[in-house]
Write a protein that binds this ligand. Structure first.
Ligand code: FAD
Length: 523
């Protein structure tokens, strides 16, 4: 006898939604419909062809780690990885350097694995910072991170202690330990590199400042083993997702179909109602902005935390249970944007070129006038590197309120400001204007409202992600089992791999498995 498959609506065709869709379709237990607001799949994975000779990535760029990553496995299986690993100017990046310029053996070993000699670190006066000093400062930053953040005893730290203060204290101790004396030029230079490392860290976690990030939970993110900056080949990141699409039945994804509301009746937010055993449990109604409705048994919601925060009051009927509401309110969601500058021909000579800008003055504060603030937002742009696949494109990353502000400008204006920055820091007025400019606008996308938030804010309880991972159950039962009606997946809802594509993919697969298991036990 043929059994009717229950319907699951997945909101969002990013990597979490697609991987959930693949798992559910493969199981044969469910009929899947994926509703996507945009005209294409991928969400924060967007590969753009045609801007340069080779594709560029507007969102995710690298595979952060390989061992145990389903994204890496998929890319490898289909031969989609690039031949070489990308590099980065991050304070944790790895490329080789001669360690012979350093006296201390310990230091020399570290420099060998963690340096980026090709990057020029320059001050606002156009002065190129001494490589040895840069590397020493970066090592001290890494040591401060290790001692004062990663190795802390979580039970001894208060909820309201922040990472920025702990790091600054650790760095000051490192300076003292190495006998670097206050108020000398050298001392000032070390702090400039420190500030740059903090900016790179803010880019990684999507925060305005490291003071926003709770110290207690800062080490929750776990790195996978294997290259941290593994890049993809010509087909880019979306090429990997195309492989997922092959396993989703044709016609199951509806594009340009933004969901406006999810009504999940008979749920456990209604106190006192008696669970009924019922085989007709298509109790969820998904309403789209164009008025179409879909009735289904289960929904997997994969929209970003940014979208959820903005629409929390109106999107779910009845409102979500209190633990989920407060978790979504607590989880951070920051902004990170990329600026692509395409040149007629490279003005740099080395294929390893990179410019790291050491802003002297402080970052914007709330007390300043709008004009002063605007000037300072450029300080949330720590540098430019050659784009991974295009040797005539520079890419700069900007974060926090700097990224928000940049979204209010036109690409042309941003290009002009970047040229001014390059000329100033390289001390070279002949640096040409780029031929083309493109700045991403993740916050402006109302189905994203930012990029990611890879930290917990001070005062977070630390139970937020676990709370969201638990499904919302219906008050009905099916064959004695409570029915999970509303599930959440996406990068932000993975306990240790948040903010990554592999975290999003695992989260989508995990939530699909909840439904598959439920289907098996409730038969
Ligand atoms: C600039 C940037 C750089 C990054 N770099 C990296 C990197 O190098 N490596 C890495 O691992 N990760 C990186 N990330 C993070 C990575 O892109 C994300 O973690 C991952 O892609 C998130 O996938 P997701 O499926 O959880 O969410 P999304 O990709 O956001 O998918 C959610 C989908 O839901 C849709 N949606 C939202 N609301 C609705 C609605 N109401 N109705 C219908 N559809 C809706 C959205 O349009 C979207 O397509 C980066 C992100 C950004 C922004």
């Amino acid at each position: 006898m043929a059994t009717t498959r229950r319907k699951v609506v997945i909101v969002g065709a990013g990597i979490a939604g697609l991987s959930a869709g693949v798992e559910l379709s493969r199981s044969g237990q469910y009929e899947v419909i994926i509703l996507e607001a945009m005209s294409t799949f991928g969400g924060r994975i967007q590969t753009l062809k045609g801007f340069g000779s080779h594709a560029i990535e507007l969102g995710a760029n690298w595979l952060h780690g390989t061992k145990g990553s389903p994204v890496y496995e998929l890319a490898k299986k289909h031969d989609l990885l690039s031949m070489s690993d990308g590099s980065s100017s991050s304070c944790s990046s790895s490329s080789s350097i001669s360690s012979s310029i350093f006296d201390d053996n310990e230091d020399a070993k570290w420099y060998k694995n963690n340096s980026a000699e090709e990057n020029q670190y320059r001050t606002e006066a156009g002065e190129c910072m001494n490589t040895k000093l840069v590397l020493q400062a970066k090592k001290m930053f890494a040591d401060a991170m290790d001692k004062n953040v990663d190795s802390i005893h979580v039970s001894e730290v208060d909820m309201d202690q922040n990472t920025g203060d702990a790091l600054a204290q650790g760095f000051a101790e490192e300076l003292k330990h190495r006998g670097i004396v206050n108020d000398t030029k050298e001392y000032h230079q070390y702090w400039l590199i420190y500030k740059h490392c903090c900016s790179m860290e803010c880019l990684d976690i999507g925060s305005n400042t490291l003071r926003d990030a709770q110290l207690k939970s800062y080490d929750n993110y776990k790195e996978l083993e294997g290259g941290y900056y593994t890049t993809l080949g010509e087909e880019g990141y979306q090429g990997v997702l195309e492989k997922l699409l092959e396993d989703i039945p044709e016609g199951s994804i509806l594009y340009n179909t933004p969901v406006e509301r999810i009504q999940y009746a008979d749920c456990n937010t209604r106190n006192g109602s008696v669970p009924q055993d019922d085989d007709d449990d298509a109790v969820v109604t998904v309403t789209c902005e164009d008025g179409r409705t879909f009735r289904c048994s289960h929904v997997i919601m994969t929209a970003s935390v940014g979208f959820l925060k903005e629409n929390l009051e109106t999107f779910f009927r009845p409102p979500l249970p209190e633990d989920k509401l407060s978790a979504i309110r607590t989880l951070p969601y920051g902004n990170v944007n990329k600026i692509f500058l395409k040149y007629k021909r490279p003005f740099w000579n080395s294929s390893d070129f990179g410019l790291q800008v050491l802003w002297d003055a402080p970052l914007p504060t709330k007390e300043e006038s709008e004009e002063e603030e605007k000037e300072k937002f450029y300080r949330m742009l720590p540098g430019f590197d050659i784009e991974d696949r295009n040797d005539d494109i520079l890419v700069g990353w900007t974060y926090g309120r700097g990224a928000d502000y940049m979204e209010t400008l036109t690409d042309e204006e941003i290009g002009q400001r970047c040229t001014a920055i390059l000329r100033k820091f390289l001390n070279d007025p002949s640096i040409p204007e780029p031929e083309k400019v493109l700045c991403t606008r993740w916050k402006g996308n109302r189905y994203q409202r930012g990029a990611y938030g890879a930290f917990l804010p001070v005062q977070a309880l630390g139970k937020e992600i676990e709370g969201i991972q638990r499904p919302v159950y219906s008050n009905r039962t099916r064959h004695g089992q409570k029915v999970p009606v509303l599930l959440f997946a996406g990068e932000a809802f993975h306990k240790t791999y948040f903010s990554t594509t592999h975290g999003a993919m695992v989260s989508g697969m995990d939530q699909a498995k909840v439904l598959i298991n439920f289907s098996l036990v409730s038969k």
